[in-house]
Design a protein around this ligand. Structure first.
Ligand code: COA
Length: 388
């Protein structure tokens, strides 16, 4: 039985900044941000969007009534969760009106958790072929104003439906993975922003990629030429290119050209949204699938990395007419409706955070065009609304 991605969509807040302008404000050359880092724009989350609303908006855009009847497992991958105890999946389950006969959990391992969720979902569908699993990968990446990591922030979510006989991509059986206890990036429970050893995280990303890629080749007997395209976890778009460069001479000149060309396509949305942590790999996959037609039956390789660290390489085969099941128009509308804000406006929004002393708060949701918003906090409980 084929199991894989039946639907996939994303959501990002309506505000963004231009990275050329951020570079000038930080007294850097714009090319450092746009070429050296590889980011053109960065999504900014208003206070009325949190990881729950971003995920709920992503899923709200793609689910129909049949999906809602079939989904009996909701897995929420995030590293910016809103509660130490209750899973973010339950809020989304409620906001979307999913059936009560479902499991709902949250998973965490930096930017890797959605990949673990996909593997768990595969097992669930193998045992329950008529059901569907909803996977949410949602984060707001915050390193802090005037930090080296500032240019690699962003906000957004990807929603994925995993099912039997998937219409977009059938996942292949073999995947290779690795864990090592390292401190390249982490966020202690008392901190709103991440701690990171940026250069070390780049090195570890590459070494994990090398390790799982080599093991994958040994296990499967496949090589570079068997892949039409490779997608990478993209904390910033230059990162995946650095990893691709370590292997692109393993094939022919034509393989190299094809992989570099598709790689550029696979960075399209990430360049405009920034780092969305857990969802970044899947935003890259969406960029590739939606921005360039690939042949049915193409094999796509995916490299997932979550600092701390876990890495995994796996693959999928594109299904016949997969493009008919994408939400390209909706995603283009989302980009077209975004508003650019100035750097001082972004700094003001960045510093506007929810109270941490237990006090209540009402938020004005009228300025946020998203259907699902955070309307405030009352008695220590976040208040969500769905305007539609
Ligand atoms: N034109 C073109 N490129 C330029 C440039 C210019 N004017 N100025 C600098 N660059 C290039 C540098 O050569 C470098 O490229 P390279 O990495 O290919 O060598 C790149 O821009 C970044 O410059 P660097 O000086 O290394 O930036 P930095 O010290 O500000 O740090 C990160 C960059 C990514 C380490 C930092 O943003 C960070 O810590 N991010 C968070 C961690 C992260 O995302 N890790 C990824 C793994 S999960």
């Amino acid at each position: 039985m084929k199991i894989g991605i039946d639907k996939i969509g994303f959501f990002t807040p309506h505000l963004y900044i231009d990275m050329n302008k951020l570079a000038l404000a930080r007294k850097e050359e714009p090319e450092k941000y746009t070429i050296g880092i590889g980011q053109d724009e960065m999504a900014v989350a208003p206070i009325t969007q949190d990881p729950v609303t971003l995920a709920a908006n992503a899923a709200f855009n793609i689910l129909n009534d049949d999906d809602k009847k079939a989904i009996d497992f909701v897995i929420f991958g995030t590293e910016t969760g809103i509660d130490h105890s209750k899973s973010a999946a339950i809020y989304v389950h409620h906001l979307l009106g999913l059936k009560p006969e479902a499991r709902s959990i949250e998973m965490k391992q930096a930017c890797y958790a959605a990949t673990a969720a996909i593997q768990l979902a595969k097992g669930h569908i193998a045992l329950n072929p008529d059901s569907k699993v909803l996977i949410l990968a949602s984060d707001i990446a915050r390193y802090g104003l005037n930090t080296p990591g500032e240019v690699t922030q962003g906000a957004g979510a990807v929603a994925i439906v995993i099912s039997a006989n998937p219409r977009i991509m059938a996942l292949e059986e073999t995947s290779t993975y690795q864990t090592d206890d390292i401190m390249d990036f982490w966020r202690p429970v008392y901190s709103d922003t991440a701690y990171v050893d940026g250069k070390y995280s780049n090195e570890k990303y590459i070494s994990f990629f090398s390790s799982v890629w080599n093991t994958y080749k040994e296990k499967t007997g496949l090589g570079l030429s068997d892949f039409e395209a490779l997608c990478y976890h993209l904390p910033y778009t230059k990162m995946g290119l650095k990893a691709l460069r370590t292997i692109y001479d393993e094939g022919t000149e034509a393989d190299k050209e094809r992989l570099v060309d598709y790689y550029q396509t696979s960075t399209t949305y990430n360049r405009r949204i920034g780092n969305i942590y857990t969802g970044s790999l899947y935003l890259s996959l969406l960029s590739l699938l939606e921005q360039k037609p690939l042949k049915d039956g193409s094999r796509i390789g995916l490299f997932s990395y979550g600092s701390g660290a876990v890495g995994e390489f796996f693959s999928g085969i594109l299904q016949p007419d997969y493009r008919e099941h994408l939400f390209i128009d909706k995603h283009m509308e989302l980009f077209a409706a975004r508003q650019e804000i100035s750097i001082p406006e972004y700094e003001k929004i960045f510093e506007e955070v929810l109270p941490v002393d237990g006090s209540s708060l009402d938020l004005d949701v009228t300025k946020d065009p998203a259907p699902i918003c955070l309307a405030g906090i009352k008695d220590h409980m976040r208040q969500y609304i769905n305007k539609k």
